[in-house]
Design a protein around this ligand. Sequence first.
Ligand code: MN
Length: 201
Amino acid sequence: MSKFELPKLPYSYDALEPSIDKMTMEIHHTKHHQAYVNNLNNAIAGTEMEGKSLEEIMANVSKYPAAVRNNGGGHFNHSLFWTVMKHGGSSPSGAVLDAINSAFNSFDEFKEKFNSAAMTRFGSGWAWLVVSGGKLVVTSTPNQDNPVMDIADVKGTPILGVDVWEHAYYLKYQNRRNEYLGSWWDVVNWDEVARRFAEAK
Ligand code: MN
């Protein structure tokens, strides 16, 4: 049977410096994400989930064991996360910027709302920009949950997400999640967000 695999990073481990340091990236990708992939493969081995797409598993995750929710979510979330960042970042433009301005009044108000979702997520989790029912919304999820899961409060297609687990920032920022977030915006890959937005509509 085919197995889920750790995707290669589309850049080097030091590409997101100084926003995210090389050691954090390397451990995050080769240890944390790899563990989600391995544990997901173990959890689905010999079950009806084997051979299903990750999206299909997420959409029915309420029927499956917690290990599938946690590790399948971990694999999905990190696979998205790596792609929505790049060396030097980029600026939002075009249709996705228009949609952000129309949904949140301005890009600054969107950022404020997104940062607030990320800061108020207690413990470990994610903040998301999601296309939900044709509208852009900001939401957050605990642990490795995400908006494509059938158990999510706000369901939709995530086009941007930030990991606020301590493992994503603790080596460089310790407890200062706000500093990590402030610096993270500098490496957001808006071309990829725009691509995901166009596909989600
Ligand atoms: Mn993580």
